[in-house]
Design a protein around this ligand. Structure first.
Ligand code: MN
Length: 138
């Protein structure tokens, strides 16, 4: 599958994780911006209109599930695919992520060899109409 460079927003409070995800995505040619909490992440998503959002679930002040729900509520961000990236391993977390508006779910610790492919797949499936919503710019 050939993909154009994607514009990817990372919402993640942990600096090491932000650095790793950014490194892996930029190495693949994607353009990355990041935010360290939900409120600034939502603002950045509205302004920058990324092709994809990677969302940490354990965030300060605003829970990742609430961030996803808020992104879905706003018309300007409702169509953007969201992939939860979380170390939560409780039963039902995947379901909760999907219910809150996430399109997918990647568990931490991420596998550096497969992470980018996993994430790109959420944009690839948008082309084939595999996800909800009005279609994205992926
Ligand atoms: Mn976190």
């Amino acid at each position: 599958m050939t993909l154009l460079p994607l514009r990817i927003l990372i919402i993640e409070d942990n600096e090491q994780n932000r650095y790793l995800l950014t490194f892996l995505l930029e190495k693949r040619g994607h353009t990355v911006q990041s935010a360290i909490d939900g409120a600034s992440g939502i603002r950045k998503a509205q302004q920058w209109q990324p092709d994809l959002i990677l969302l940490d679930i354990q965030l300060p002040t605003m829970h990742g599930y609430d961030v996803a729900a808020e992104l879905r509520r706003h018309a300007s961000t409702a169509h953007i695919p969201i992939v939860a990236v979380t170390s939560y391993a409780m039963p039902g977390d995947r379901e909760r992520a999907i219910e809150s508006g996430c399109d997918g779910y990647v568990e931490k610790p991420i596998d550096p060899d497969t992470f980018v492919i996993q994430v790109e797949a959420y944009c690839g499936s948008a082309e084939s109409g595999g996800r909800r919503g009005s279609g994205s710019g992926c």
